[in-house]
Structures are given as C-alpha cells and as structure tokens.
Design a protein around this ligand. Sequence first.
Ligand SMILES: [Zn+2]
Length: 130
Amino acid sequence: MKKLAIDLKRLDKVKTIIPASIERRIEDLLIFDARILDIATRKELVRLVPGLHAIRLAWKAHFAMYGCVSCHRKKVGYASGGLCDRCLHRTLYRMKTCLRKIDAGRSTPEEIGELTRKFDAAQRLFNGED
Ligand SMILES: [Zn+2]
C-alpha cells in the first residue's frame, strides 16, 4: 500500500477555529426557541442552561429598543421572546394547531423507545436484566 505524502507547509496554513471557551461554544448553539414551552419547562431549562437567561434579557432589551419582532409596535405589553402579548398569544395558538397536526397518528412512547433502544440494550448488557 502506497503512503500518502502530507504537505506539512500546506497543513500549517490551515486555520482551525477553536471556541474561546466551552461557555462561548454553548452560547453559539443557543439558537433555541423556548417560547411555546410551558412555564415549568422554561424555568427548568434556564436553571440547567444559565446562558438562556441572558438570551431572555436580550430579547426583552430588543423589544424595548425596536418593539415587537412581529408587529413592530412599541407601546404594548411585553410577553416573551421579543413578542408583545397579542403576537405571542396569536403565535402560541397557531403553534398549538401545528403541533396537533404533527402529533396526529404518532406514538410518543413508541418514538422515545426507538430513540433509547441502543442505550437500553447497552444498559441491559452492563447491568443485567433487572
Ligand atoms: Zn406584536
């Protein structure tokens, strides 16, 4: 088998982008929309991922400066996620309709079982059947 020659000079020119920190990397990934989650789930997420709190504050600051991200009105009550009360409720209503359509004919326990199948099998191998 022929060995491939590595061009070390060319390799040195390759730039690798390394995140400044794990926190920065997590912040970069936080393009997550929690607006349609229930309050308890949102609070638990903020407890687990403190970076979400900063994003919530940023949305609120955005609203104060530019108004609602949907209707662009400024003199209305703030709800969350950069939306005014009316736009949030309209969006929630629409999203619930969309979620009902998505959930029609699906079995959540069956899908979760499918997702954890490999993990469950590994756990049985390591821990026995109990
Ligand atoms: Zn609005």
